[in-house]
Design a protein around this ligand. Structure first.
Ligand code: FAD
Length: 451
């Protein structure tokens, strides 16, 4: 039986009153869907609620089906041998990324392009086209080999690798049905050579193409006002992982504690009470990462180096990698223009990750190598929305720009041109869910612009 209660996302900017179901098995999930999909009533699937956009809220009287009770490992298998060897892991939709990382790591395996963030559900991460880093890995959903989805009639549909519906199903914003299980192709665990270094902004912008051609994994940060980028330049390595000394482990722990305190306490306080001190703070934060460091570590550690997260506002776009310089220049120039008049709407690092092409119809990396670039700022920072709007209009004007579905964006009218396969997606969606049970007003009106 559902509970009628308030549903809220993590940052608290999305909420509604809904009949909330929390099934713990496939049968309970099917029952929940058939109970909820009566007449013209609507259902929204909910993972852990880490998206900022209105993907989930509905008018009261409708239903949310949460997946926190569906978090089991369903199997690990391998096929082939030598060059044809492949490895797969199958889980229920609500398993958290951190749990799956622990499972794969414990079995000598590594996920492809998992989110840096450890807490989203697996179904939530794939449904929004979420990503990690890597030019041959695509986004996280590009490693899906099978999905089991409960449609509005309660039937379980299986979509497998190579099926015509896979490009629509792998990133679907929860609009086809409730994903019950996901099978992902994973890699054998490998080590990564990580070269951490600062490179001047001017040099980077001039030599971007060489830089991204030279490494498999390119991740970069820019602290507002800095004249260098901080890079993590990474490649797979055959060498043994470095042993971390006790001192190194202690330093890492201390770093996390300081970053967490800075991000959760100092930055929001300064943003609200003394915004003119923001440049001092960002300079101090930049100063903590000036050393050049090289190390060999397991891929799982290289892709999950951040433990501390604070509630923030986030805007992110996928930009063709060929336009990476322009995307960064637009952001850096805008931050400088605001600073010149004493405004500091951005107080965390801007972040960029290069991700290979994928085939999800509405995946932000559809059919091209992309830079996912994001700006984040502490909740409570004055003037952030005006800055985001201006930044978005600059990024959206870059040919091929596409918003991240889970993060702030508002240029709904541009979506049909930004996503060239939007109509193909809508055709599959209509066939799966003709009565629109899996749409909320935002998806129906703003995203899919349905009559
Ligand atoms: C601090 C922070 C860091 C982040 N880091 C990254 C990052 O490194 N990379 C990145 O790309 N993104 C990142 N994100 C964004 C995040 O990965 C996405 O917003 C993701 O969708 C969140 O997963 P969730 O389980 O919270 O999904 P929710 O927000 O609950 O839902 C997202 C979408 O998935 C659908 N959905 C959920 N479960 C199901 C299901 N069982 N069946 C069908 N549809 C379903 C929902 O209907 C909704 O449309 C970050 C977000 C935060 C807050």
């Amino acid at each position: 039986m559902p509970t009628t209660r308030e549903w809220k996302n993590w940052t608290g900017n999305q909420s509604c009153i809904a009949d909330v179901y929390t099934p713990t098995s496939l049968t309970e999930l099917q029952t929940a869907v058939t109970n909820a999909a009566t007449g013209s009533r609507r259902i929204r699937p909910a993972g852990t609620g880490y998206s900022w956009t209105p993907l989930i809220p509905l008018p009261s009287g409708n239903s949310i089906i949460e997946t926190s009770g569906l978090n089991r490992l369903l199997g690990i298998r391998s096929t082939g041998s030598g060059p044809t060897e492949r490895h797969f892991v199958k889980v229920e939709a609500g398993m958290k990324m951190s749990e799956l990382i622990a499972i794969t790591h414990g079995n000598g395996l590594t996920l492809r392009s998992p989110t840096l963030f450890p807490w989203p559900s697996i179904a939530g991460a794939i449904s929004t086209g979420s990503h990690g880093v890597g030019k041959s890995g695509g986004c996280f959903s590009d490693s899906i080999t099978e999905l089991q989805i409960v449609d509005a009639t309660g039937a379980v549909r299986t979509v497998s690798e190579g099926d015509a519906e896979m490009p629509a199903a792998k990133v679907a914003l929860g609009s086809l049905g409730m994903i019950y299980s996901i099978e992902l192709e994973v890699s054998k665990e490998f080590n990564v050579y990580v070269d951490k270094r600062n490179i001047a902004v001017d040099r980077t912008l001039a030599e971007f193409d060489d830089l991204i051609a030279s490494y498999e994994y390119v991740e970069m940060f820019w602290m507002p006002g800095a004249d260098t980028f901080y890079f993590l330049l990474m490649d797979p390595s055959e060498a043994h992982a470095d042993e971390w000394s006790f001192q190194r482990k202690a330093e890492e722990w201390l770093n996390t504690q300081v970053q967490s305190r800075a991000a959760n306490v100092w930055v929001p306080w300064i943003a609200k009470n003394a915004p003119s001190l923001t440049p001092v703070l960002t300079k101090l934060a930049g100063g903590t990462v000036t050393e050049v460091e090289k190390e060999i570590i397991p891929a799982s550690d290289a892709f999950h180096f951040q433990d501390a997260y604070s509630k923030n506002w986030d805007i992110a776009y996928s930009i063709p990698a060929t336009h990476a310089s322009q995307a960064w220049s637009e952001a850096i120039d805008l931050v400088a223009a605001y600073a010149a008049v004493g405004k500091y709407p951005i107080n965390y690092a801007l972040h960029g990750r290069f991700v290979g092409p994928g085939d999800g119809y509405i995946a932000p990396n559809y059919d091209r190598h992309s830079l996912y670039i994001e700006a984040t700022t502490a909740i409570g920072t004055p003037g952030f929305q005006a800055f985001f709007d201006e930044l978005e209009s600059r990024w959206a004007a870059i040919p091929g720009a596409r918003p991240h579905w889970g993060k702030h964006f508002s240029r709904y009218g541009d979506l049909p041109t930004m996503y060239p396969k939007m109509n193909d997606f809508k055709a599959v969606r209509q066939a799966w869910d003709p009565n629109r049970h899996f749409l909320n007003p935002w998806l129906e009106n703003d995203v899919f612009a349905l009559p």
